[in-house]
Write a protein that binds this ligand. Structure first.
Ligand code: SF4
Ligand code: SF4
Ligand code: FES
Length: 251
């Protein structure tokens, strides 16, 4: 089949500013958006900055917004996009632009550093750590995260509000916290931190993050809501409540 010509409307610029620029590029049968971006880079815009690595939906590097929707460009098939309209490719809006489609996602790594590490209970007398498969099942869903940060990009709480970032870890980090908190061997308690410093209470469960997750992780239903329930348990557990009262009286 002969290639068709598509209009790729790509954001070009850097931290100081930029604009959308139109390119006419050939697109062949069966290609994904990243294929066409690579052809554009090879033939017309050698200096186009595009981050990618695996081209298999597994490294999470090629995240961008395609027609305004956060997507992995390597997993977005050209034939799913309207055929006679320009295809707009812009960088992730939640993070500062470095150049063209490449953003600085270090916010996520800084937040990751704040999560208290996995702290397993002591080993059994025979030196093993035992757990039942049914206890680890739900944590395995969270291990699928590829750190594409599409969920962070779509979350309205930080997408257009840079000033909220200090007090809100975002859905990717809530998945990470759920992975640690629900691990059957872990003994750390991160509930207070989640409420006081990571902004769990600010999430209003709109599920936008779940809708864009390429790994199909049920971010809100399986991570955020159970974490919220755990925080409520910790805050309103009557025994803990009396303990807190007594401590306050003493001091
Ligand atoms: S459900 Fe919560 S974390 Fe997910 S996008 Fe909405 S506000 Fe953000
Ligand atoms: S939870 Fe899903 S959308 Fe968010 S970073 Fe992980 S894989 Fe990407
Ligand atoms: S290039 Fe690795 S997920 Fe797209």
């Amino acid at each position: 089949m002969t290639p068709r010509t598509v209009t790729m409307r790509v954001w070009r610029g850097d931290a100081s500013g930029g604009d959308l620029k139109d390119y006419q590029v050939a697109a062949e049968e069966g290609e994904v958006v990243l294929d066409v971006l690579h052809r554009l880079q090879a033939t017309q815009a050698n200096d186009l900055a595009v981050r990618w690595n695996c081209k298999a939906g597994k490294c999470g590097s090629c995240s961008a917004e395609v027609n305004g929707v956060p997507r992995l460009t390597c997993m977005t098939r050209m034939n799913l996009l309207p055929p006679d309209e320009p295809i707009t490719i812009t960088p992730l809006r939640t993070f500062p632009v470095i150049r063209d489609l490449v953003t600085d996602v270090s916010f996520n790594y800084e937040k990751a550093k704040q999560a208290p590490a996995f702290k397993p209970r002591p080993r059994e007398p025979d030196g093993t750590h035992r757990m039942r498969q049914q206890d680890i099942d739900r944590v395995q869903e969270f291990h699928k995260c590829i750190e594409c940060f599409l969920c962070q990009d779509v979350c309205h709480f930080i997408r257009d509000h840079d000033d909220n970032k200090a007090a809100f870890a975002g859905p990717r980090m809530f998945v990470r916290y759920a992975e640690l908190e629900m691990h059957p061997l872990d003994t750390n308690d991160r509930r207070q931190l989640l409420q006081d410093r990571e902004g769990l209470g600010m999430c209003n469960i709109t599920k936008c993050c779940t809708e864009v997750c390429p790994e199909g992780i049920h971010i809100t239903d399986n991570a955020i809501i159970p974490l919220k329930e755990r925080v409520v348990d910790a805050r309103y557990d009557p025994v803990l409540w009396i303990g807190r009262k007594l401590r306050r009286r003493k001091s």
